[in-house]
Design a binder for this molecule. Structure first.
Ligand code: FA5
Length: 347
């Protein structure tokens, strides 16, 4: 009678022969996977045979075990080789099919564009450059001295309160306006001087349609001999007409700023109704307040080392966000900061 050992050995060699033949004929990755499971899987042919190892006598087990291991190694290598070959072929045929034509026109041209606020800043700067102004910048983190003291703001001025201003320390704050750039410019450059400076400003203001705790201002300053209020009004009128159109009117309302005397706040014709009166302007015909301005206070000039007997100056500070709102008919300042692409794509 044939010994169990020999039966198993024969069975194992038979499996090997069939498996190698099948491996040679494999054409697809699916066939390959089926084959792998059939011969090497947990319920595969090899495992089935090895389950009978228990029927062998102790001395025969290592002999059959060694043959089984060798056959398993051989089949694993053969299968891995075929798998690699099939994967390579698949990759190659994919690459042959996928052609990359970098000259093709997809008709899907998506262009980015400037944020409306940046577009306004650039337009304002270009306008003032064309009027002979230079563009300067100042820091968003300022000293209390530049933001308030040098600008003649008394110690008890309400704007200095903790409830209006973001203080970092007792002496350092987030600038509440761009006016401290006036101080820096006058100290560094002296007179005569003609500068504008745009940037971010911060206040403890509650958010509503026209107020944001972070907003943008553009500061303007002219210091020279014989500068008068007429120069200020003329400059601002030119700028408003250039920006919004020739039929725009300006209204100067008397106001108080510690750093200018006299001072005014400026409104422009409501762009929606062109001055006739509508819901947007509360039937006044005028837009919301856009800027503050005035003649530079002599104390401010002197503080910066400029002879106030010889030189006079005018200054203005406008809300860039509000100018953008008027220009593009935006009725809520929050839209400018939400970065909703459905809103931004309209510009
Ligand atoms: C000032 O900030 C003065 N520094 C302006 C100035 C400069 C006057 C030079 C004289 C000489 P005021 O606080 O009014 O002024 O602010 C100026 C403009 O900033 C306002 O007209 C408004 O357009 C804008 N603004 C003020 N607060 C906010 C806010 N919370 N959100 C959006 N815009 C604001």
């Amino acid at each position: 009678m044939e010994k169990m050992k020999d039966i198993m050995k024969e069975k194992l060699l038979e499996i090997k022969e069939i498996a190698l033949k099948n491996i040679e004929e494999v054409k697809s990755l699916e066939e390959f996977e089926q084959l792998r499971v059939k011969f090497l899987g947990k319920k595969g042919e090899l495992t089935k045979v090895l389950r009978d190892m228990g029927k062998l006598i102790a001395e025969e087990r290592p002999i059959v075990g060694q043959i089984a291991n060798e056959i398993r190694d051989e089949l694993e290598n053969a299968i891995a080789e075929v798998g690699e070959k099939l994967n390579d072929e698949l990759k190659r045929s994919k690459m042959n099919k996928e052609k990359l034509d970098i000259t093709i026109n997809t008709n899907e041209e998506i262009y980015g564009h400037r944020h409306p606020l940046l577009a306004t800043v650039e337009e304002l700067e270009d306008l003032f450059i064309s009027m002979g102004f230079s563009v300067v910048i100042g820091p968003e983190i300022e000293t209390v001295e530049n933001n308030f003291d040098a600008l003649n703001s008394p110690e008890n001025h309400p704007s200095r309160d903790m409830s209006d201003t973001f203080y970092i320390t007792e002496d350092i704050l987030l600038r509440t306006h761009t006016s401290p750039v006036q101080i820096r410019a006058m100290k560094e450059m002296g007179a005569p001087l003609r500068i504008v400076s745009a940037g971010r400003t911060f206040r403890f203001d509650d958010v509503d349609d026209t107020h944001s705790p972070m907003f943008h201002q553009l500061e303007g300053l002219v210091v020279d001999e014989n500068i008068s209020m007429a120069n200020l009004i003329h400059t601002l009128d030119i700028f408003i007409k250039e920006l919004f159109g020739p039929d725009m009117k300006t209204r100067y309302r008397p106001h108080h700023f510690p750093f200018t005397e006299p001072s005014a706040e400026v409104d422009v014709t409501c762009l929606k109704c062109r001055g006739k009166g509508c819901e947007a302007c509360n039937y006044t015909g005028w837009s919301m307040e856009l800027l503050g301005c005035g003649m530079v206070h002599p104390k401010v000039l002197e503080y910066c080392g400029i002879d106030s007997e010889k030189y006079t100056g005018f200054a203005f500070g406008m809300g860039i966000d509000r100018i953008t709102m008027v220009k593009y008919g935006i009725d809520d300042i929050r839209l400018l900061f939400e970065n909703d692409s459905r809103f931004l794509e309209q510009f």
